[in-house]
Design a protein around this ligand. Structure first.
Ligand SMILES: Nc1ncnc2c1ncn2[C@@H]1O[C@H](COP(=O)(O)OP(=O)(O)OP(=O)(O)O)[C@@H](O)[C@H]1O
Length: 188
């Protein structure tokens, strides 16, 4: 049984990941957590395995508090929690903008990219791509501060900014469809 009591998580940059969550899952239950991108689903899952510290509250797994567990006890609780992660091959420490631009100019191609100085035309193109996937507000956020779905949208924007050839467009459509993102407009 997993019990989540009054759990909140505030990230170091001030973003609220979870706000006063109370949930309880019985053994054998099959649970689906649904929410808009950035709602806090992964934050909740990372909290359950204590992959980060929560800011408030307590999480118990089979009546053992993972929040206060240490050493061997923590390892033993963690063994009972399996997880699968999303990975979208972004450069984690770089901004969203820089990641998208890397699709266009090649990540290490010029001194300009190292200094974060990009031609205006490329920046506009990257911005347009971010607009098409609805994530312009995160343009200057580091990739490792995004949710999984947000990272996925950045990787889609990167492919869009690359002005992908037809074969990539095909793959992109499959990705979009699988993730139920409705895409309007032509890519090429
Ligand atoms: N390391 C981090 N630092 C700062 N903010 C973060 C960090 N990780 C996630 N966030 C922010 O916390 C919020 C919740 O993110 P979370 O990853 O839990 O969302 P999610 O519901 O799993 O989204 P998705 O469906 O897009 O994967 C988002 O606003 C996200 O930008």
């Amino acid at each position: 049984m997993i019990e989540i009591q009054n759990v909140s998580k505030v990230y170091p940059n001030g973003t609220i990941g979870l706000k006063n969550i109370n949930l309880s899952f019985e053994k054998g239950e099959f649970i689906v957590i649904v929410g808009r991108s950035g709602a806090g689903k992964s934050t909740l899952l990372r909290s359950i395995n204590r992959l980060h510290e929560i800011s408030e509250g307590d999480i118990q797994i089979d009546n053992r508090s993972i929040t206060s567990a240490k050493g061997q006890q923590l390892r033993s609780i963690r063994r009972d929690v399996g997880m699968i992660f999303q990975n979208f091959n972004l450069v984690r420490r770089s901004t969203v903008m820089r990641n998208v631009l890397s699709g266009r100019v090649g990540y290490h191609s010029t001194l300009r990219t190292v200094l974060n100085l990009f031609p205006k035309e490329d920046q506009q193109l990257a911005y347009n791509a971010l607009q098409r996937v609805g994530i312009t507000e995160k343009a200057w956020t580091r990739a490792d501060q995004l949710s999984g779905g947000q990272q996925q949208r950045v990787s889609i924007a990167r492919a869009l900014a690359q002005e992908a050839k037809i074969i990539k467009v095909h793959l992109l459509h499959i990705t979009l469809r699988r993730q139920k993102i409705i895409y309007h407009g032509s890519i090429t």
